[in-house]
Design a protein around this ligand. Structure first.
Ligand SMILES: [Zn+2]
Ligand SMILES: [Zn+2]
Ligand SMILES: [Zn+2]
Length: 399
């Protein structure tokens, strides 16, 4: 069915001419329209022929959404979020971690595995993981029994490092000041460059696991850096999607996506001149957040001084907002997806950071990926738009 309607100039309309899709933001929840015949906009109005998905209300009806980065789907069940609130939002007692813990293997001056003493570091501190998951000194080989690709294995070389964000045991990105976080960002830049330049390293994955719920064994603020011989699975999927999009449209997938999100605003938490934080349209985790650079850059290698400053501020913004959701330290896995360091040009790749927090309804109730999610498709109840609204109300001083 085709409809004709007027869209006042101040209401934006976003077009994807190849797919013939019009994305109209004249209502709070977007409607999808299809059009092959887009009138050119004049000063006052734009008339578009649209086939509105009248039978799909993204705020009410069960549906599934596509993640264009991975080509995977998520089922959204907004009608279930209308079930009575269970009322279990009791916060955890505030953390009473000391500034220095004599038993912490990451605190300055303390002894690590094998009797190694940490230096008395003053800001960040990087070392090779004493229990590294990968090693560098192994010969390359591949196993493929009968060449049927049924029993396949191959060598994976890699370097695993640990980076402490601060000498203070009880700090987090949320409680460190922007100046301190900037030192961390600069250390990431240096590590990314240094590891990416190593011949066999095709990808550098920087990630932070925070909180016991995410399996973090030590509360001392730190992250891990894995530099690998192959491009890991998640960035591989994103590389394929970004490459296909770039080759098809001669534009960047995330640049185009950000344009839509900025026009819609419903999923945006905050933005500065160089970065934007939002709950992605296809978010799986209840309070999942994506931070993207607003300009098209591929990695921290391309950060200007201004970028590292603004990225530090954005990290503090997002993590401190998280801590306010349930008035408790918010666990998450966070990491950056940056262009591969495989020696090729990557004009398709757009720098971004994913935050995957597991919490659902309180500081102690987490979402589990089980049942249908494990065997079928991930599913969520609260819509990404509602989650964004809730987070946005807690964001302070974004600029
Ligand atoms: Zn410590
Ligand atoms: Zn881009
Ligand atoms: Zn990604």
């Amino acid at each position: 069915m085709f409809h004709k309607f007027r869209i006042p100039l101040r209401r934006a309309i976003y077009l994807d001419s190849d797919a013939g899709v019009a994305f109209c933001s004249y209502s709070y929840f977007p409607r999808w329209g299809f059009s092959k015949d887009l009138s050119s906009p004049n000063r006052h109005s734009l008339i578009v022929k649209c086939r509105v998905a009248e039978n799909l209300n993204l705020a009410e009806d069960p549906h599934r959404r596509l993640n264009p980065l991975t080509n995977e789907w998520v089922v959204v069940s907004p009608h279930r979020a209308k079930r009575p609130w269970q009322g279990d939002v009791a916060p955890l007692p505030a953390s009473v971690e000391p500034e220095y813990d004599p038993n912490c293997y990451l605190c300055p001056g303390n002894v690590r595995a094998g009797g190694i003493h940490n230096p008395h570091y003053a800001s960040t501190f990087v070392f090779d993981n004493d229990f590294a998951g990968l090693k560098t000194d192994i010969a390359s080989d591949r196993f493929d029994l009968d060449r049927k690709r049924l029993l396949v294995a191959e060598t994976e070389r890699g370097i695993c490092r640990v980076m402490c964000f601060s000498p203070r045991h009880n700090r987090t990105l949320a409680t460190m000041c922007v100046d301190e976080i900037e030192l961390v960002v600069r250390a990431w830049m240096q590590q990314f460059r240094e590891l990416g330049e190593i011949d066999f390293v095709q990808y550098v994955q920087i990630f932070e696991n925070r909180g016991a719920m995410m399996g973090a064994s030590n509360p001392h603020p730190h992250c891990q850096i894995w530099a690998t011989q192959s491009i890991p699975q998640e960035p591989s999927k994103e590389l394929a999607s970004q490459t296909t999009y770039f080759n098809t449209h001669n534009r960047c997938l995330l640049c185009d996506y950000l344009e839509l999100e900025r026009g819609q605003s419903v999923r945006v938490l905050c933005e500065s001149a160089r970065f934007i934080a939002l709950v992605p349209f296809w978010a799986v985790w209840p309070f999942e957040v994506l931070i993207c650079s607003r300009p098209h850059i591929g990695s921290v290698n391309e950060f200007t001084d201004d970028d590292s400053r603004q990225f530090s501020a954005m990290l503090k913004q997002v993590t401190s907002t998280y801590d306010k959701v349930f008035n408790a330290p918010f666990p998450y896995t966070m990491g950056f997806h940056q262009s591969p360091t495989d020696g090729a040009e990557h004009p398709e790749w757009h720098f971004h950071a994913h935050f995957y927090p597991p919490l659902l309804r309180s500081a102690t109730i987490r979402k589990f990926m089980v049942g249908f999610e494990m065997l079928g498709t991930p599913q969520r109840d609260i819509t990404p738009e509602s989650a964004a609204e809730r987070l946005r109300a807690l964001v302070q001083g974004c600029s």
